[in-house]
Write a protein that binds this ligand. Sequence first.
Ligand SMILES: *Cc1c(COP(=O)(O)O)cnc(C)c1O
Length: 405
Amino acid sequence: MKRFEVDENGFYGRFGGAYVPDKLRPCIEELQNAYLRIMDTEGFKRDYDRLLRHYVGRPSPLYLAERLSDKYGCRIYLKREDLNHTGAHKINNAIGQALIARSMGKRRIIAETGAGQHGVATATVCALMGMECRVYMGRVDVERQQANVRKMEMLGAEVVAVDSGGATLKGAVDAAVDAWCDAPSDSYYLIGSAVGPHPYPDMVARLQSVISEEITRQLMESEGRDYPDYLIACIGGGSNASGTIYHYLDREETRIVLAEAGGMGAGSGRSAATLTVGREGLLHGSRTLVMQDDSGNVIEPYSISAGLDYPGIGPLFAHIAEQGRAVTYAVTDDEALRAAMELTRLEGIIPALESSHALAVLGKVPFGRENVVVLTVSGRGDKDMDTYIKSLPSGESSEGTHNCM
Ligand SMILES: *Cc1c(COP(=O)(O)O)cnc(C)c1O
């Protein structure tokens, strides 16, 4: 029995659904009626598989990190989404949705982006497929993420700076939704995480489920069994996490551990720890947990990692956290920074700040020697070098660089 699958109305338990303005209803219904049918066609499967293999570089390795395993007293495998083209898992979803859009006869892609990672993935895929691309981005983010803005422009996308809604991600989402409402009927809204109205959370989870499908096969090869004792992933909206757990949701022998952004501390008022401090509400078209004040105003989230800096969470995760199917840790900025340094010095892998939140959980779970742990490294750290360099403890950036940890 599948306990955690979405129902026909887009609900996971009481979370999810499709709460959209009337003028968007036809667009959402068109997509609801099309996505499963398209994803089931031979043409889609062939194109998706070919691009994942030869363009993205899949399957991504499942790497047994021996020095990290020694440190934590268990067998830790890293699922290397950081090695994908464009540097993270987001490309899996962008390619899949662009193929779906093309099958629906759409030629223009609308997207929003916070730090610019999803914007770059989308602009990349639009260049690849010869589609028009417009990306909405808060003006504050445009200014602090210049490198990604330049990449998007070089790839041929139009980047629109948004001043409303704090001039960050939330304002960008609102602007993108508005644009979708008013756009010609050959426009498609490409969402970057497992959030938004049905069918986006389910569609994104299915597209990212290539991650857990590969884990199943790769573990069989290396461990002689197809499941781990623990799965660990960081969670902003939930796309890399949903892909990591997809094939294991109904397999209780595998424990699911989520790492969300604790910022300065989950209780500090400066975090993006939605599963820890959020309350039920509506955000971006779905019923889910939302960081909000007593009058229901969305609280501006905070995290050192732009990719986790979101005041909501995918409805699947609101549901499985409530059901006890997943355990959540709120990881602080400092813990994530230390974990990034540790992976770098033990394994020679510089992880994205988002992924570092998942790594920080390793010190919090009481593993047994024989436990097999799979942790998804959702992206690489190139984009975070400025933050890492600024936050290195003084001394470590000069004299101390030769010390091991
Ligand atoms: C965007 C991003 C995330 C967070 O998004 P999810 O949808 O929760 O996966 C995590 N890691 C990296 C590297 C990202 O770019």
